[in-house]
Design a protein around this ligand. Structure first.
Ligand SMILES: [Zn+2]
Ligand SMILES: [Zn+2]
Length: 213
């Protein structure tokens, strides 16, 4: 569904308010009238006095909009090495290019990331549920690699800051070369010049930019 940019923006804000901040919706203050009109015309949002809420048709549409935004951030940060300060602005532009299944190709390419670079959850797409492999992946979580597969650490998932700090303190850092050596009984990998053994949960947090030859 193609929306004007301000309506797209409002749709995302409504989803964040509803799903992440446990608010019933947003007040009309600070929103643009044409964005509200567009969402109401399409049946995606409803207005009651000063309050705007998502309709049941609007909810999945809004989740997809947030998903495209956060995937765009991942793509910009991990593949295009965009500076942190430019992420937000560039992601807002790029998300509009991720319509019609392109988001699924990008998501697959990036190994179906679960969090954006800010640590916010990326809503699942069809591709994540089916783990579809329609394109060759650039990035994959370590626990999906086969022994002998190598690459460089792209990023480490942000959902557990303490675990992240621990790994980084041991030299497991973005940019460091990594090779998976064994998958069981634990995941043994070489990063830089050291070997590490971790459980599957931690291996799933380490995203590897795969070496293709
Ligand atoms: Zn983000
Ligand atoms: Zn996916």
């Amino acid at each position: 569904m193609k929306l004007i940019e301000s309506a797209q923006e409002l749709l995302e804000q409504l989803w964040i308010a509803t799903e992440e901040e446990a608010k019933p919706g947003l007040t009309v203050n600070g929103t643009t009238p044409e964005a509200i009109d567009e969402l109401m015309r399409l049946g995606l949002a409803a207005r009651e006095e000063e309050q705007i809420t998502l309709t049941s048709a609007g909810l999945p549409e809004a989740a997809q909009a947030v998903r495209r935004h956060r995937l765009a951030e991942r793509l910009l940060a991990d593949v295009l090495a965009t500076e942190e300060g430019l992420l937000e602005e560039q992601a807002c532009r790029l998300e509009h290019a991720l319509f019609d299944g392109v988001d699924e190709s990008i998501c697959t390419l990036l190994g179906h990331p679960r969090f954006c670079p800010h640590g916010k959850r990326i809503p699942l797409g069809q591709c994540c549920r089916q783990k579809r492999e329609s394109v060759e992946r650039l990035i994959a979580p370590l626990h999906e690699l086969q022994p002998g597969q190598a690459g460089h650490i792209a990023y480490i998932q942000m959902n557990s800051p303490r675990r992240l700090q621990k790994l980084m303190a041991m030299g497991v850092l973005p940019g460091v070369s990594i090779t998976l050596l064994r998958r069981s009984p634990s995941f043994v990998f070489e990063a830089g010049y050291s070997q590490f053994a971790v459980d599957e949960e931690i291996a799933a947090d380490i995203y590897v930019r795969l070496a293709h030859d």
